[in-house]
Ligand binder design. Structure first.
Ligand code: FAD
Ligand code: DLZ
Ligand code: SF4
Length: 507
């Protein structure tokens, strides 16, 4: 009896565990379905990327002689869900057994567990660490800090190691990676891919079905297959990696990509292998093409942060996204969906998100994330926003970054202190403040940068929780050194500003 082999839209990898377990004549099931395309209002570019890449991956499997039962979004019989499509194919092929690779989201894992079919979920071994390895590492530790986990991953993979020691004598070169952007940016990534016939067909479908979702579908320039994703990687290794380290945290209003690789979406849907990417980065370093701070900084993002985030998501179970330790409850302001704001940093980050379905890490963490945290926005709404608007967003990686790292809603499982800053940090790392209606040097009054007001509002509001945090003592000492009248003015200006925001004024 044939078996069904489920391949999801973010599992487009030939070496996928479920495909390895299957026999040549088993039937591969792939489906574009309403439930997956609408659990949040995904950015149209994200849906188009996934559908186009799914169609091309299915074609590739068919050309290699495999049978693929593929459901298109507008097929009349489409049941609208992954389980519905499995049931439909089980009936069609007289199959009862399904081979699957564990999905990256608890919601879908339980849907498969609860389905009236015999579904085996194999581990997703496209990651360096298995769930068990992460659990063993975490077991008995008081704090789960990424840095120590990362060292284990360096040892395990042998990446940038000299025997038992880290290359160059240090594990982490982050100290060298905090330069503000120079005026002259000599890399203009990413590569642009002209849509072919398959992609055009998908774009027409997405336009029709998801035209109301936030985000611009066109121009659509992503790669949609393995070859394209590899070309982007090679292009970036040469032009972007050399300065990636130095300018990793920099932001420029009119340079959306700087020296970033723009490959997270390809890795996350399976078009690029994370370890292969790291090996190429190491090779560039060993060949003398890039400095160590760039190579180490990049490899740390992948085998450190990316693996660690996944570990945290699965360690903490399905309730992780409902954490709200700081009890923040303000609604996400309209300007996250493109409404007008005078804050140039937010306006530019959101504009870029709308047009590209991309923003780099510091824009996500220190602009939109920082604002949401200091303004006290409901973290679940923030989480749903990040899950919708970025092409690389899948819950296993988005939720720990948002709920944990960015919003401190998990109470410090990930971050040892909240990532909050006043306007001074944004001013140092970007050119946003130069053209802003607010004045970054003003600390109170009509023109004061809202980040300056809300930074103190946040610290004052959560004093009990954070004042004894050794990494935050200086912040509270600075606050306490201000005279009392000034502190009162800051807090009343912050409250008045928030009220204007809530009243729908353009702030
Ligand atoms: P580069 O800057 O070139 O970095 C290299 C690679 O390292 C990335 O491609 C990515 O695979 C990995 N990486 C770097 N930082 C992280 C991180 N913190 N967690 C996991 N992987 C990392 N990343 C996602 O892939 N999906 C998400 O949904 C996502 N949501 C985020 C939400 C918030 C609030 C924050 C602060 C960060 C989020 N990130 C997410 C992490 C990071 O912002 C993106 O991985 C990165 O911006 C992708 O762009 P890039 O490929 O140009 O990365
Ligand atoms: C994100 C997404 C979208 C938009 N559409 C589909 C789809 O139609 N079919 C599918 O198999 N997968 C899709 N995905 C990816 C899934 O949502 C993803 O596999 C889960 O969230 C687990 O990471
Ligand atoms: Fe953002 Fe404040 Fe700078 Fe304006 S002045 S761009 S609001 S940090």
């Amino acid at each position: 009896m044939v078996k069904l082999v489920l391949v999801l839209g973010d599992q487009l990898t030939e070496d996928l565990s479920a495909l390895r377990e299957a026999a040549e004549d088993d039937v591969i099931v792939m489906a574009e379905v309403r439930d997956e395309a609408s659990y949040v209002k995904h950015h149209p570019k994200k849906i188009a990327l996934i559908f186009a890449a799914m169609r091309k991956f299915a074609k590739r499997l068919e050309e290699s002689g495999r049978t693929v039962a593929y459901t298109r979004y507008d097929d009349k019989e489409n049941s609208g869900s992954i389980v519905g499509e499995l049931l439909h194919r089980a009936n069609e092929y007289d199959a009862s057994e399904v081979l699957a690779t564990e999905p990256g989201e608890w919601r879908l894992i339980s849907a498969l567990e609860d389905a009236p079919l015999d579904i085996h979920q194999f581990p997703d071994d496209r990651f360096v660490a298995s769930h068990r390895e992460f659990e063993e590492w975490a077991d008995g530790r008081k704090a789960l800090r990424m840095e120590y986990f990362y060292r284990e991953m360096r040892r395990k993979t042998g990446l940038l190691m000299e025997g038992d020691d880290p290359e160059g004598g240090k594990w982490n070169y982050d100290h060298d990676n905090r330069k503000a952007a120079p005026d002259d940016v000599d890399f203009n990534g990413p590569m642009e891919f002209t849509p072919d016939e398959i992609t055009e067909e998908v774009l027409t479908l997405v336009e029709k079905e998801f035209g109301d979702n936030f985000g611009d579908l066109r121009p659509f320039r992503y790669a949609t297959d393995q070859e394209g994703a590899r070309r982007q990687l090679t292009f970036w290794l040469k032009g972007g990696l050399p300065k990636f380290g130095d300018y990793q945290d920099a932001m420029l209003a009119d340079e959306r990509f700087l020296w970033h690789s723009i490959i997270s979406m390809y890795i996350n849907i399976g078009l690029l292998d994370a370890l292969e990417v790291c090996k190429r980065v190491e090779e560039a370093y060993r060949n003398g093409d890039v400095p160590l701070n760039s190579a180490e900084g990049y490899i740390r993002q992948i085998i450190g942060w990316r693996e660690y985030m996944r570990g945290i998501y699965f360690l903490n179970g399905p309730d992780y996204t409902s954490h709200n330790t700081l009890r923040h409850d303000r609604d996400l302001p309209w300007f996250y969906w493109g409404g007008e704001t005078k804050m140039r940093c937010i306006s530019k980050a959101v504009e870029q998100t709308k047009e590209e379905a991309y923003a780099h890490h510091i824009q996500r963490l220190m602009v939109t994330g920082n604002f949401a945290l200091i303004a006290g926005i409901d973290p679940h709404q923030v989480h749903e926003w990040y899950l919708s608007v970025y092409a690389d967003a899948f819950e296993w990686v988005e939720a720990p970054n948002t709920i944990g790292m960015s919003q401190f809603a998990d109470g410090g499982i990930i971050a040892s202190k909240p990532y909050v800053s006043s306007g001074a940090y944004i001013d140092r790392m970007s050119d946003y403040c130069k053209g802003c209606a607010y004045k970054v040097k003003e600390k109170t009054g009509e023109d004061a940068c809202p980040f300056n007001l809300l930074y103190w509002y946040f610290l004052d509001r959560h004093r009990q929780r954070f004042e004894n945090n050794p990494r935050m003592g200086n912040m509270y000492r600075t606050w306490d050194r201000m005279d009392e009248d000034r502190r009162k003015t800051v807090l009343s200006d912050a409250n008045a500003w928030l009220k204007r925001m809530e009243d729908g004024e353009t702030v």
